[in-house]
Design a protein around this ligand. Structure first.
Ligand code: DAH
Length: 339
């Protein structure tokens, strides 16, 4: 009997397993309720008294060995399992993951957001499909107002009240309807106009609207804000404000930045003047404040709306606005940005 035990001890010591199933089968064979060890323990009573001690020691040795074997095999398999996902030749050079590119419009948009966020402006958005109220009427452009023709509008044919927004000034209206002053917000987005397409104009393009409403806001605040912005975006820059007309601001101005004339793209985008018209702006007309539920006796403010496509064309020296929407990867992959 003791010899049988010793034979098993030898087998247990030698046993190796390469799968969890094999370890489990081994455990069942020796250590389970119906396993060999229980059989041997059951034999104990039949062992002559003078051999009981030796038998007991040997059987305990077998039990400890078998239990240790199960533990060590399990551990070995588990750590092997953790390494398993590594297949193939580890000395091969890694495959480079290509870095994505950001669209030039997004790069410039993110720069603009970053600059204004430094002086307390948040970001707001509105829908591209709008109604007449938000695109025109609330902005002091009632029905039949001649200035409605300043922007050729795409209407949804079945409903003249629904249109593709012609400017992001719609978001001013929505923001004022839903928020109380003080307000400092910029609203980037795509806008649509039924215009002839050329190298410098498209029937859809991008704007960033700005709105600042508080007590005692003056035109000087507007001018300083815009000078700060253009200095940050273009480097120290010369700007000029030309008196202009927008129904939603009074007084109104258009802002030009001096860009210079070095390349053909500079000539094309500035129409040979070196000046780039970047935005319209002004003091928000009291009618607009009242239309949007803001007390025009108490509050005043300024607004501006800038086009970002032409800025992107100049900053990145892109000669044709149509390149921005052609989705040619050979063009798109040239742009890299941390923003
Ligand atoms: N919405 C005007 C446009 O698209 C730009 C503009 C002018 C926006 C004056 C303003 C503003 O907020 O005050 O031509």
């Amino acid at each position: 009997m003791i010899d049988t035990l010793k034979k098993h001890i030898g087998e247990v010591e030698k046993f190796e397993a390469d799968s969890p199933e094999a370890v489990e089968a081994f455990r069942i064979k020796y250590l389970s309720k119906k396993g060999l060890l229980n059989d041997f323990f059951a034999e104990f009573k039949n062992v002559p008294n003078d051999r009981k001690k030796e038998f007991g020691q040997t059987i305990n040795q077998l039990k400890t060995l078998a239990a240790e074997k199960v533990d060590s095999l399990k551990e070995a398999l588990e750590s092997k399992g953790a390494e398993q996902p590594i297949y193939g030749d580890l000395t091969r050079p890694g495959e480079p993951i290509p870095l994505g590119a950001r669209h030039p419009i997004s790069i410039v948009k993110n720069q603009i957001i970053e600059i204004f966020s430094r002086i307390g402006f948040n970001v707001s958005e509105g829908p591209e499909i709008e109604d007449d109220w938000h695109n025109f009427t609330a902005l002091n452009l009632p029905e039949h107002h001649p200035a409605r023709d300043m922007q050729d509008t795409f209407f949804v044919q079945t409903d003249p009240d629904i249109l593709l927004r012609t400017h992001t000034s719609t978001v001013q209206v929505r923001y004022m309807e839903n928020n109380k002053p003080p307000i400092r917000t910029i609203s980037p987005g795509r806008v649509y106009r039924n215009e002839a397409i050329s190298s410098r104009s498209h029937c859809f393009f991008h704007q960033v609207e700005g709105l600042y409403i508080d007590t005692d806001v003056s035109f000087a605040d507007l001018k300083q804000t815009l000078q700060f912005f253009t200095d940050e975006l273009f480097g120290k820059s010369k700007i000029r404000l030309r008196p202009s007309y927008f129904p939603f601001t009074e007084p109104s101005a258009e802002v030009d930045v001096y860009w210079g004339l070095e390349t053909e793209t500079d000539y094309r985008m500035t129409k040979g003047t070196g000046w780039l018209e970047i935005m319209g702006c002004g003091m928000v007309d009291p009618n607009v404040l009242d239309n949007c539920g803001i007390d025009s006796e108490k509050y005043s403010g300024f607004a501006f709306g800038m086009g970002i496509d032409r800025i992107a064309l100049l900053l990145h020296q892109i000669p044709d606005i149509r390149l921005l929407s052609e989705n040619d990867v050979r063009f798109l992959e040239q742009f890299r940005s941390a923003l």
